[in-house]
Design a protein around this ligand. Structure first.
Ligand code: NOJ
Length: 751
């Protein structure tokens, strides 16, 4: 195995590692000399102390004396979840004034989609397909969080997620590597800015390295067994993009990969991350993931876990204390060298220097973070509007007019805590604007009855009132979905229908004959196959954050248009999962001409596979809604696709031109998408791969020409010899509104 890895390393280095210069950091060259000077003065204990990320409960009511003592001795390098500002100040004071070498601490926290002002969950942000929004949301998150002394966030989560059962899909950039690379870089830029030493910025942590989203069955923390080609072609690119953008830290994932836990995986942490990707920040473990190597069956005890993590090159340990308890002994036993430890300390100090902590260790007390500032709320609302995906709009029922009498029903209509979504430690429900609040503030043409108290509620006690108000209204706005706690870490679901008896309530409401607009707030795609026919329109709002109410009000009433596009394929049923648009063709690809549904099979049919292809008898071979899909309040037509040349060379760009016309009556924004297919490869290639996209705003009747350029670089993939190549041959190319539709052309490329 190791041999293959070495071979890989050499080939990848030779062939593809024209290493990018990383984002430049202020005073970087002088940092290295200062780091060495400091290192030469540090005791072994102090060095080990730097590798220690101590977690405390964010609800702690006092600062334990032994904790202060540990900092005083230089035994702690960083903290997570210290939210009491006096503790932050006191601990930092002790570190810089009383610890042996005055090395400052870093205070970290999961600031994932905002600090106080919450933006849509990351999957919702991904639905904006808008790097500027993502960058702005992270900049605001950094600004607010740094006002509370936090200079390190455990974000962005860059795990490709192909399985909506996985609770952490909510935190992911979705299923596509290209979209994830674009947004991944934007997150880093937003959190870190150009100068990490600015007191308004935070160090980012690209996580979870790596392939955490490939957990078998979408069950959190589960085993990952993955080919290295898949790892490199799908799961690695977003991390590369984040590192190229200067991500200060990387977090190792909980999962094992092909038998070796990520936290103890030397190949991944050293060969790939350091040597290939040239990462020069520090790697932090996930919460207890060092000690969890014992449960994995990879380490025999805490000491062995520490040894394996250290050998693998893990710089900092989160919460468990294998390093603190055993590194000294491991060094004395010569199992780990002082030089290995020195390298961890260098990586950690480098980030402390870049954060400017040696110059300005203390929280800037003038900087309040300006929580929920007007412009923060404005951006959060914009993000919620851009992230909302219109999935169905029968007879253009949406937008309604503000004069329409609506019945506001459903467990998420006024659920301020729930609409903030997973990882919303610091957002306060008192500051959350719900759809009901938005109506209350703006419009009197509504009646409200929850129908169900919460998403899992199974009591029908509220049905009657809900049905009554529905009967007296013109349109039913049903706000359903799942509570925040039903997605996120450790919250995978095997059945991803609307929980509780929401479907039953929708069925009852449908009997009134009033049109139903279903607004879903959830951390994942929710399977709605059972009830979609009972609805007239469906809006996916994800968990939209602090300003979700106003954003939805404006969309529903046509003040704004829904602008989101799906960053994941939307399944018909959980039994289809994992499902992703960029799958392989197989030897027996299914299409509409050969799909034989279950009810067409004769009784007592003769055993035969003939005529059957790679599909499910009951649900076929397509998702409910494809990747990239999203309707608007207008319609668009693609036309006149042309390419600059039918045959190009490897050093030439291909220019793809086409027109988009707004054929509807309203202005709107299309997200034009370009996909390619490498028809024949030395390894089989996906049926489609997203390579470019562009937001195009068009007035009614307006036509715009769109031009995309791609080059052989965009056609590259890692082959069976683990070499990155672009191969000669024919490529199909589509431009269109989603992964399932588009105008097709083709070109070929030669050396
Ligand atoms: C565990 C999660 O996996 C990770 O994403 C998070 O940053 C840490 N806990 C710290 O809270």
């Amino acid at each position: 195995m190791k041999k293959i890895f070495l071979l890989l390393l050499i080939t990848v280095n030779i062939l593809s590692c024209k290493k990018n210069k990383k984002t430049s950091f202020v005073n970087d060259t002088t940092h290295e000399a200062k780091i060495e000077a400091l290192l030469s003065k540090m005791t072994l204990e102090e060095k080990i102390g730097q590798t220690n990320l101590r977690g405390v409960s964010s609800r702690a009511t006092s600062l334990p004396t032994d904790l202060k003592e540990s900092v005083r001795k230089g035994n702690v390098g960083a903290f997570l979840n210290i939210m009491n500002l006096e503790y932050v100040d006191e601990l930092q004071r002790i570190a810089v004034e009383e610890s042996p070498n005055g090395i400052p601490l870093i205070f970290g926290r999961d600031v994932i989609h905002g600090f106080k002002t919450l933006f849509p969950i990351p999957l919702g942000l991904a639905a904006t397909w808008d790097a500027k929004i993502v960058e702005k949301s992270s900049e605001i998150a950094a600004f607010e969080a740094s006002g509370a002394g936090i200079r390190w966030t455990f974000a962005p989560m860059l795990d490709i997620a192909r399985d909506s059962r996985w609770g952490r899909i909510a935190e992911s950039p979705g299923e596509d590597p290209y979209l994830a690379t674009v947004l991944g870089a934007a997150y880093i830029k937003g959190f870190q800015g150009d100068d990490l030493s600015s007191p308004y910025r935070m160090a980012a942590s690209a996580k979870h390295y790596i392939a955490y989203g490939a957990a078998i069955g979408g069950r959190d923390y589960n085993t990952v067994d993955i080919s290295e080609q898949l790892l490199r072609n799908v799961y690695l690119p977003p991390f590369k993009a984040a590192i190229d953008a200067g991500s200060a830290t990387v977090m190792s994932s909980f999962n094992e990969i092909n038998g070796i836990p990520a936290t103890g995986n030397e190949f991944l942490l050293k060969d790939v991350l350091r040597d290939e990707l040239q990462f020069d920040g520090f790697v932090v473990s996930d919460w207890d993931s060092v000690i969890e190597m014992v449960a994995h069956g990879y380490a025999s005890d805490e000491k062995h876990a520490g040894e394996l993590a250290a050998k693998a090159g893990l710089d900092m340990e989160m919460t468990s204390q294998a390093y603190e308890n055993h590194l000294k002994e491991l060094i004395e036993e010569k199992k780990i060298s002082v030089e290995e430890l020195n390298e961890f300390v260098r990586n950690i100090l480098r980030i402390k220097f870049r954060l400017g902590l040696f110059k300005n260790p203390h929280r800037n007390k003038e900087h309040t973070g300006n929580f929920y500032a007007k412009d923060h709320l404005k951006e959060a609302k914009k993000a919620a509007i851009e992230s909302t995906v219109l999935l169905k709009n029968k007879n253009s029922i949406l937008p309604i007019s503000e004069k329409t009498n609506v019945a506001i029903i459903g467990p998420l209509a006024n659920a301020p805590h729930e609409q903030l979504g997973t990882w919303s430690f610091d957002g306060e429900k008192e500051h959350t604007n719900t759809p009901l609040n938005a109506y209350q503030d703006t419009n009197t043409n509504f009646k409200f009855a929850k129908g169900l108290d919460y998403s899992r509620d199974t009591s029908k006690k509220g049905f009657k009132e809900a049905i009554n108000i529905a009967k007296k209204s013109d349109v039913i706005l049903f706000f359903g979905g799942e509570e925040a706690i039903l997605s996120g870490e450790a919250h995978s679901r095997a059945n991803i229908d609307l929980p509780g008896i929401q479907e039953e309530l929708i069925n009852e409401l449908a009997k009134t004959g009033k049109p139903i607009v279903l607004v879903i707030m959830a951390g994942r795609p929710i399977t709605i196959t059972n009830i979609i026919d009972k609805t007239d329109a469906v809006l996916m709002a994800w968990h939209p954050g602090t300003m979700g109410g106003e954003a939805l009000y404006e969309i529903i009433n046509g003040i704004k248009s829904p602008e989101g596009r799906l960053p994941v394929s939307w399944p018909k049923t959980a039994g289809q999962l994992p499902y992703f648009y960029n799958h392989k063709n197989t030897g027996r690809p299914a299409d509409s001409t050969n799909y034989i549904p279950m009810d067409k099979i004769p009784v007592a049919a003769w055993q035969s596979s003939l005529g059957n292809k790679s599909h499910y008898l009951d649900v076929g071979f397509t998702p409910h809604f494809p990747f990239g899909y999203g309707l608007t309040y207008t319609s668009f037509k693609y036309s006149d696709v042309s390419i600059s040349k039918k045959d190009i060379n490897f050093n030439e760009d291909l220019e793809v031109k086409f027109s988009i016309t707004n054929t509807g009556k309203k202005a709107g924004k299309e997200i034009a998408q370009l996909y390619i297919q490498d028809v024949v490869g030395s390894i089989t290639r996906p049926v489609k791969e997203l390579k470019r996209y562009q937001h195009v705003s068009l007035k009614s009747g307006e036509t715009k020409e769109v031009i995309f350029k791609i080059s052989s670089k965009d056609l590259e993939f890692v082959n069976h010899k683990l070499i990155k190549v672009a191969e000669e041959g024919v490529f199909n190319l589509w431009v269109g509104p989603n992964a399932a539709q588009g105008l097709k052309t083709s070109f070929s490329i030669k050396k």
